[in-house]
Design a protein around this ligand. Structure first.
Ligand code: ADP
Length: 377
């Protein structure tokens, strides 16, 4: 069975085709700048890459193009589009309703649209992408895999904010958490590496990419996570500030004469590593600059690591111990310096038994596996 995984962003679509019998990725790619004049598609099969600039107006045209390429004589991985047997979609927000992946029907699609109020930047592209995919592949099942689903096991004491309770009942204001597919994938992978069942493990999984989040995973279930109602809370990220004193928002708005949107833009796009260094949101650039003596780049890296360290400490406390800390995401996987520093600075807390593992995350693979499981039923 061949399963296509689709991840729709606001102006891009990432895709990957898997053969489930051989557990192999057959082809993958990305359509970028959908709706702009300089849109393009970048498609990979084995180690060869095809790149083509062409105007791609909308999700429908993008998915049509993807479908053509996947069955192309030279670049394709299947003979025809009928050889694609199911589709798995990454969907960011499933509210409190979706605690696991589901086959998409009209009700599910309506609810994905409904949760756009909680994820205004992320759910609308997924909704439009699913509708476009349904038109191009009308006869096959589609599955939604939610970023928030894994965190639905958090207890109330961890997901509630200390605000009036009625804000929760009226507006669903609570911690949801994100990156759930990645935290779930690396938890399962860690259990295999540690040769222990997940049900016997306490793990702290750190997804450190452009967006960063950290999760306390007890017996395979998320019991706390650093991102909150939105992905802005928690760690210092590429361009997001993470935790700040909430009173600062009003203070900054007043001092800088900013609107709600403008202060939101500042906290989401102009802060974090970029805001502190004043030069880049990219950890590779910052480590080069820090080596050359750039003080602000060094401060950004120090703050980044310090915040990760504090969260690890608090999750060890939350679970009364941990068997392993897992690092993943672009920074977690590729920057050994981060692991070295964390291991050194946490050496007392980790003792001799707690491990620190680097695990490559494969969210698309997990989306394909969830889709396969649901389709088999
Ligand atoms: P996203 O959250 O957008 O998926 P990534 O997981 O690709 O982001 O992480 C991007 C971050 O990882 C950047 O800060 C980048 O500098 C850092 N990084 C370090 N080494 C690499 C690498 N070899 N490949 C990709 N990202 C890397």
């Amino acid at each position: 069975m061949n399963i296509l995984v689709i991840n729709c962003g606001s102006s891009s679509i990432k895709y990957q085709l898997f053969c489930m019998e051989t557990d192999q990725s057959l082809a993958s790619g990305i359509v970028e700048k959908i709706g702009a004049l300089d849109s393009y598609i970048c498609h990979k099969k084995a180690d060869k890459t095809y790149k083509s600039k062409q105007i791609i107006d909308d999700y429908f045209s993008a998915i049509e193009k993807i479908s053509e390429l996947l069955s192309d004589e030279t670049w394709g991985a299947v003979n025809s589009k009928d050889d694609i047997h199911a589709i798995g979609h990454r969907v960011v927000h499933g509210g409190e309703e979706f605690k696991s992946s589901v086959v998409i029907d009209k009700h599910v699609l309506d609810r994905i649209k409904f949760y756009s109020s909680l994820a205004p930047l992320h759910n609308p592209p997924a909704y439009n992408g699913i509708r476009a995919t349904k038109k191009i592949f009308p006869n096959i099942k589609q599955v939604a895999v939610f970023d928030t689903a894994f965190h639905q096991t958090m207890p109330e004491q961890a997901f509630m904010y200390g605000l009036p309770y009625k804000l929760y009942t009226k507006y669903c204001i609570r911690r949801y958490g994100f990156h759930g597919t990645s935290h779930r994938y690396v938890s399962c992978a860690a259990a295999k590496i540690l040769k222990k069942p997940l049900s016997k493990l306490k793990l702290i999984t750190c997804h450190l990419g452009n967006g960063c989040s950290i999760t306390a995973v007890r017996r395979g279930q998320s019991v706390d996570t650093s991102m909150g109602f939105t992905p802005l809370e928690g760690l210092l990220m590429g361009t997001r500030c993470g935790d700040i004193d909430p009173a600062l928002i009003g203070y900054i708005m007043e001092k800088e004469k900013l609107s709600v949107e403008e202060v939101g833009h500042m906290m989401n796009r102009k802060s974090g590593l970029l805001g502190i260094s004043g030069s880049s949101n990219d950890m590779r650039d910052l480590s080069q600059q820090a080596e050359k003596g750039d003080k602000q780049a060094k401060l950004a890296i120090d703050m980044f690591i310090y915040r990760v360290k504090k969260y690890i400490g608090s999750y060890i406390a939350a679970m009364n111990g941990a068997d392993a800390i897992v690092l993943t995401g672009g920074i977690g996987e590729n920057m050994p310096l981060i692991k070295q520093k964390l291991s050194k600075e946490l050496s007392n807390l980790m003792g001799k038994t707690m491990k620190m593992l680097i695990i490559h995350t494969e969210e698309e693979h997990l989306i394909a596996m969830d889709t396969f499981e649901l389709i088999k039923r």
